[in-house]
Design a binder for this molecule. Sequence first.
Ligand SMILES: [Zn+2]
Length: 301
Amino acid sequence: MSNYVGRHRPQTRAERRALEGRRRLPKALTAGYALPTAAAATLVLSAGGATAAQSSALTSGINGTQLAAFGAPQAKAQTALTDPALAQRSKTEVAETVATYSDLAERRQESNLSVAESQGRQQERQRIARDKKRKAIAAKKREQAKKAAAEDMGVSPDSVKVGADGKATIAEGTWVLPLANPVLTSGFGPRWGRLHAGDDFGVAVGTPLRSMSNGVVVFAGQQSGYGTMVDIKYSDGTISRYGHMSAIHVSVGQQVSTGQTVGLSGNTGRSTGPHLHLEIHPGGGAPVPPQAWLAGKGLHY
Ligand SMILES: [Zn+2]
């Protein structure tokens, strides 16, 4: 039995592996796929030929004469392959398989698109939520800046605007005091035989002094008695004067806005201690008591 090499011989390991390998191969969608089907049909149709064909495949060294003795099964297979009905069936099978695969691919693509859409919508929702949160935080910050600026300037929050950059600006036409928390130390009136033309506020050297409204700088420099001094002409023609300053942050001709720092308080000129000397000249004329005039603007000290 061990020398038996006929078709009932158990498969060798290499043969088994070759067969398994072939089974694992993907089913091609070409005519090559149809051919084994057609070949199988041929073998069924001609049982005698099939036996011979299988034998011839396994037996190497067989000569042409021997092959002819089997009745030329290959010729029969050739005939079967060219059989129009069988060829048509093969073509139909291929077409159906291709159609099935195309349908599957299409459905898979649709499914992928659907998943992508769903992920896209989720990402969009997350983006909107993040945007909303960011805007809410920015709005809260602006509100805080507005409140702080309003408190600092002594004005209503309604007259404070906070830009996208977080910078607070006071609405045009609004008036503010030159100092935060001013402390009056000496008022307008006669003193030592002459007129003290303004109000004095005791304040530490280096305290920011701000423009009381929108205007233009008409003087910035030194003046006898006043020391370092800044005059601002406002839109209504009123001129304010700040004396005894330690630093000037503006120049003549410069436009200034409400609350803008124009310099720092000091102790320059004829001064007996760090303070701001403030004068108000309505219409650029004679000085008036600042306290009453500022009270008319809703500002009190
Ligand atoms: Zn004074």
